[in-house]
Design a protein around this ligand. Structure first.
Ligand code: ABU
Length: 504
């Protein structure tokens, strides 16, 4: 039916809805088949395994042509994309912090797409700007930044395309707060700015220093302890060291839920140090910020009320589709003052509705996608209570994962007791069992095991889990389950799979 039709048979090129309906129903059918198959727990995460770039190049015609493609072939291409894709919503995809496909969030994405509006001004996205204002205020309440007199004037925030951009906002806001003239005059040579971050913090903070003219050489890293936490004493030592060098430290960045180990820096104690030296404290909770949602885990962020800014990514632990990251600030108007350019064609000061909800002028973007609807819908559907249960369930799964591999010694060795959802471990094959683990040979050989297992895993396509080196540790696996669909049976199957793939 769609074979002879082109895009010109679709709205808006025709007002007849017939072909549009056929095309969209066929698309929905295809998506339903994909989602249903993806939720069969024993189905592959990558059908036929990961192919080489050349194999994919042969499977698709990536080049566009002079002549357009008919609608049937467009759908055939979509079908092939779904067939070959890495199914990040699969219950056994635990490779990345972003996982799963939540149906309410999915509906939010479809509706957002149908509207295709731009967040930058109130006049083109009125309801979405109000929704964002309300949800960001609610998130700030979790940080303890509420001001009952004026609930919407108790800080600021904006949704950003990802945690790295939220972290960039934090550094930018801190720099502007301390040195507002830089926006206009740049960093003059006699101003020696420096930042202090935890060594295990996200790399985006260092990149922000490069982007904002601080210079990556002037980012001082504090070594964590053996549990991956940065101590307040070490932060203070670093501040004093920088002061001796005559540097002005304007930013301390710590982490709530480090990317690999899931460690939480002691915010309360570090906040005391930052207050003593009047330095902006940023907490990157892109991953672990959602621990605030559960009464059982919110203690992990004790002291967040004393921070100046906070990154929190709903697209990680809150089952919301990429992209959805929040940068939250305790201080009102810093973002606007730091970024405002008053483009006269967009942010006219004499608009009849006022300009306070023209959020575009406080961002580093111009056009901005609507990321709020999916978050708002999921939060509405679950309520605060549903989110608390979600976090508790994920933690329970992490503990189950940890306990199961503890029982599988000596083949599975844990890196540490998980501080949060991250379960880090080595697989030690029989060939390494009789080698002294304190030797260099053992470390060198162990370092090669995780990549080898991962290669076999990707070739089979049965599951996906990430691995990395960290400090002196040889390559180890990091299992993180943020998908509500992952069950205890999946966990046992994945552990069995690693054991099978890892055997010599
Ligand atoms: N931005 C951190 C994401 C890292 C991960 O998914 O593993």
């Amino acid at each position: 039916e769609l074979n002879g039709e082109t895009y010109k048979s679709l709205i808006p090129y025709t007002s007849d809805m017939k072909t549009t309906k056929t095309f969209l129903y066929a698309t929905i059918d295809m998506i339903l088949r994909y989602l249903s198959e993806m939720n069969e727990h024993d189905s592959p995460v990558i059908k036929n395994g990961l192919r080489t770039p050349d194999e994919y190049r042969k499977m698709f015609t990536f080049e566009v042509a002079d002549e357009g493609m008919n609608l049937y072939d467009i759908l055939a291409n979509c079908e092939r994309i779904l067939e070959t894709t890495v199914r990040s919503g699969h219950p056994r995809f635990i490779n990345q912090l972003t996982q799963g496909v939540d149906m309410i969030s999915f509906v939010g994405e479809i509706i957002t797409s149908s509207i295709n509006a731009n967040m930058f001004t109130y006049e083109v996205a009125p309801v979405f700007n109000l929704m964002e204002e309300s949800i960001l205020a609610h998130m700030r309440e979790y940080c303890g930044w509420s001001n009952t007199k004026s609930p919407l004037n108790n800080g600021d925030g904006v949704l950003a395309p990802g945690g790295a951009v939220s972290n960039l906002y934090a550094v930018l806001a801190a720099r502007h707060y301390a040195y507002p003239n830089i926006k206009k005059s740049g960093i003059r040579e006699n101003l020696r700015l420096a930042m202090i971050i935890s060594k295990h913090c996200h790399y985006s903070l260092k990149r922000a220093a490069g982007l904002l003219g601080i210079g990556t050489d002037y980012v001082y890293e504090v070594d964590p302890d053996e549990s991956g936490r940065t101590s307040a004493e070490k932060v203070e030592e670093k501040i004093l060291y920088c002061q001796q060098l005559d540097y002005s430290v304007f930013f301390v960045g710590v982490t709530a839920g480090t990317t690999v180990l899931g460690a939480f820096d002691p915010i309360e104690e570090i906040a005391v140090v930052c207050q003593k030296y009047k330095i902006w404290l940023h907490v990157d909770g892109a991953w672990g910020g959602s621990a605030l949602l559960s009464p059982k885990t919110k203690h992990l962020l004790q002291g967040i009320d004393k921070a100046d800014s906070f990154t929190w990514n709903p697209h990680k632990l809150m089952s919301v589709h990429l992209q959805c990251s929040a940068i939250l600030l305790k201080h009102s108007n810093v973002l606007m003052r730091a970024n405002q350019m008053l483009a006269p064609y967009l942010f006219q000061p004499d608009k009849h509705y006022g300009t306070s909800l023209d959020t575009g002028d406080k961002t580093i973007q111009c056009g901005r996608h609507i990321d709020i609807l999916k978050l708002w819908l999921v939060w509405k559907a679950r309520g605060n209570q549903g989110y608390a249960e979600h976090i508790d369930n994920l933690l329970e799964n992490a503990h189950f994962f940890y306990e199961t591999i503890c029982k599988r010694q000596p083949y599975f060795q844990t890196v540490m007791k998980p501080p949060f959802i991250n379960v880090c471990f080595w697989y030690v094959p029989p060939s390494l069992q009789n080698i002294d683990p304190t030797t260099i040979e053992y470390k060198q050989r162990l370092d090669k095991i995780a990549p080898r297992i991962k290669e076999r895993m990707m070739t089979n396509g049965t599951m996906m889990v990430g691995y990395q080196r960290l400090d002196d540790y040889p390559n180890f696996f990091r299992a993180i389950i943020s998908n509500s669909a992952t069950t205890k049976e999946d966990i046992v199957s994945m552990i069995d799979e690693i054991h099978e793939l890892g055997h010599d």
